[in-house]
Design a binder for this molecule. Structure first.
Ligand code: TXA
Ligand code: MG
Length: 353
């Protein structure tokens, strides 16, 4: 049961050097975690909202602060391989091999859970999602807290994940006691979640580590289909990553997204709607300057596009647009991840064959 909503808190924002975090600052955040409080901190993917993974009451505070549905389990963050033995009851050698290869890094793996992990963290499931982040601040916080930290992305449920401390503040001011501000995150998009307990392994959520990256270790890897009735990763059934304005995603096999977006944008513009176009460096000049245009970056640097995506969606909100028209991408690897997030952020998809 959720307790009544807490009194507004004074949210303290502390700057911390992302490459060499000051121990004093880290200790202040670790003390809060040890006391059963929640703290937002940077990881190499997005900002997380952390609590002691073994403390029911602390983890409930995460769900309350985010407005997160209670049946959506949370990833447990560890700093050492010894901590993996604490949170997982079984570590199959195949999974350990992948963990050794990719950790620390933006990959989350599913294990059978140990009693050490709160049932609130795993939403009652007998499995636990675990990752070892590579961000120095995240690692320092886990180490100083001396416990695994449960942390979802530090946004209000349904909003784009935060890639800066300012994004966290915009969503969670008054709802959490502390934010560690370590600047912008590196990948800007959440970790890849893989279930290796099934054959072939399944990507439950695409991320920075792609199907192609995993293939040499895992062989065939399937992408989880969104059409299943009962999602394996419960998070898949919720609205995600969405800006406030409706987003129309234009997907095209022929790279003719501009030809489709231009007339749509002109139509909305003539109706007096503030229309934002989410484009790329290569297409920016093809749209009229009278329109609100934001480039995600160059199509030649897709990891930069992934990194900028959530910040650009939030920027559209700040510009108070009524509609967003977004260019789709084709291609595999990280483009698959970008399209997964864009589709989830969209209210409508236009296919332009
Ligand atoms: O990069 C990330 O993964 C970030 C940073 C903070 O580490 N965290 C993050 O957490 O994105 P969150 O809660 O926003 O997403 C966690 C995803 C959800 O889709 C959830 O359903 C899935 O992981 N998940 C968590 N536990 C699971 C489990 N036991 N089995 C299957 N999926 C699980
Ligand atoms: Mg999230």
């Amino acid at each position: 049961m959720l307790s009544a909503w807490r009194k507004p808190l004074n949210t303290v924002m502390l700057k911390v050097d992302p490459l060499n975090p000051e121990q004093n600052t880290i200790n202040k955040a670790a003390k809060l975690i040890q006391d059963g409080e929640i703290v937002a901190f940077p990881t190499e993917t997005v900002y997380g909202l952390g609590a002691d993974a073994g403390n029911d009451r602390a983890v409930r505070r995460i769900f309350e602060a985010k407005g997160r549905p209670q049946d959506n389990p949370i990833i447990v963050h560890i700093a050492t391989f010894d901590q993996l033995k604490e949170v997982a009851s079984e570590i199959p050698s195949k999974v350990a091999e992948i963990a050794y290869f990719y950790w620390p890094g933006p990959l989350t793996l599913i294990f059978k859970k140990s009693d050490r992990v709160s049932d609130v963290t795993t939403a009652g499931s007998n499995t636990v999602a675990v990752r070892m982040p590579s961000h120095p601040v995240a690692l320092a916080l886990i180490n100083a807290s001396h416990r695994p930290i449960a942390a979802p992305s530090a946004n209000l449920s349904g909003r784009p994940s935060p890639t800066t401390a300012q994004h966290v503040l915009a969503d969670l001011a008054g709802r959490i006691p502390m934010i560690l501000d370590g600047g912008a995150t590196v990948y800007g998009i959440e970790s890849t979640v893989v279930d290796v307990s099934v054959e072939p392994a399944v990507i439950l959520r695409p991320g920075p580590i792609t199907r192609e990256d995993l293939a040499p270790l895992l062989g065939e890897v399937n992408m989880h289909s969104k059409s299943v009735d009962r999602p394996v990763a419960p998070g898949m059934k919720y609205t995600h990553y969405a800006p406030k304005a409706p987003l129309i995603l234009v997907e095209s096999k022929r790279n003719s997204v501009v030809d489709k977006i231009k007339p749509l944008a002109e139509m909305y513009y003539s109706q007096g709607k503030r229309t934002g176009i989410l484009c790329t460096d290569e297409t920016f000049d093809k749209y009229p300057d009278a329109m609100i245009k934001i480039s995600l970056g160059s199509r030649f640097y897709p990891y930069t596009i992934a990194k900028n995506l959530y910040a650009c969606l939030r920027r559209m909100d700040e510009l108070e647009v009524d509609m967003i028209l977004a260019e789709g991408f084709t291609g595999d690897g990280i483009f698959e991840t970008i399209m997964n997030r864009l589709r989830k952020a969209s209210s409508r998809i236009v296919l332009n064959s």
